[in-house]
Design a protein around this ligand. Structure first.
Ligand code: NAD
Length: 249
């Protein structure tokens, strides 16, 4: 198995891409801890992994809180003894142009998508340093690489920040054998993106995807699996795009 004896923490793992990552990691032998604000979905994902014979724990947490991050990572350490992989996946998007967007919405997006990631790395780093190894995967977006007018500007700004935050960490921690990479999904069918089943939305999105379809959460999870595993042992600071060719145009 590709993640045998590894311990992974996945923020926003209750549903969507994070849940797909949690399930795949567990099926490849990892013990996974899921942190999310969605209690019911988190417990359901934990149960599904356990029913399939995997090892999983759900922890209720809001990524905006540094103390909740410390508690959540502490749960992984006390239960499984170490932390090999951190997937900073929790993220949100909103709507509206710069002129329409209230500052509270801007702050909310930045707070979950960027500040949450900052706290996650802060909480995980001491444990990875002690172990002398680690893999951090920061979930960005195709909009962390190119601009658009079909997503809100706070989202695009936050995902661009994830891309370069990742590279700064990759350079800083490379000598300590802690690898940090960003993962960039294109349009993926998830609860957050259920408007992809709306024909009008699809007719705007599909012409932008050379592969002519939207992706599945599992297709992103397989890319996360590569970055989490020792197969990617010389890969750090990379941007791994899973976008059906969106950014290749
Ligand atoms: P989703 O809404 O289905 O899942 C996101 C998860 O994050 C949810 O379980 C949610 O409860 C959790 N979350 C949100 N705010 C949180 C908070 N404050 N504290 C803890 N957990 C919180 O969305 P998704 O589509 O699976 O997105 C996952 C990641 O992938 C996000 O970072 C998103 O920006 C990114 N992404 C998604 C797409 C897509 O098309 N679905 C494309 C590019 C990037």
């Amino acid at each position: 198995m590709r993640l045998e004896r590894k311990v992974a923490f996945i923020s926003g793992g209750a549903r969507g891409i994070g849940a797909a990552i949690a399930k795949l990691f567990a099926s490849e032998g990892a013990s996974v801890v899921i942190g999310d604000i969605l209690e019911r979905d988190g417990i359901a994902t934990e149960a599904r992994i356990q029913e399939a014979g995997g090892e999983a724990r759900f922890v209720h947490m809001d990524v905006r809180s540094e103390s909740q991050w410390r508690h959540a990572i502490g749960t992984a350490i006390s239960r499984y003894g170490k932390l090999d992989v951190l997937v900073n996946n929790a993220g949100i998007s909103r709507s509206g142009s710069v002129e329409e967007m209230p500052v509270q919405t801007w702050d909310e997006v930045m707070s979950i998508n960027n500040r949450g990631m900052f706290f996650g790395v802060k909480a995980a780093m001491p444990h990875m340093r002690t172990a002398g190894r680690g893999s951090i995967i920061n979930v960005s977006s195709q909009f962390g690489v190119v601009g658009t007018d079909i997503a809100d500007p706070a989202y695009v700004a936050s995902k661009g920040a994830v891309t370069l935050f990742t590279k700064a960490l990759a350079v800083t921690y490379a000598k300590e054998n802690i690898r940090v990479n960003s993962l960039h999904p294109g349009p993926i069918k998830t609860p957050a993106n259920d408007n992809l089943s709306d024909p009008e939305r699809l007719s705007r999105v599909l012409p932008l995807v050379p592969m002519g379809r939207v992706g599945e959460a599992e297709e992103v999870a397989y890319a996360a699996l590569y970055l989490a595993s020792d197969e990617s042992s010389f890969v750090t600071g990379a941007e791994l795009l899973v976008d059906g060719g969106w950014t290749a145009i």
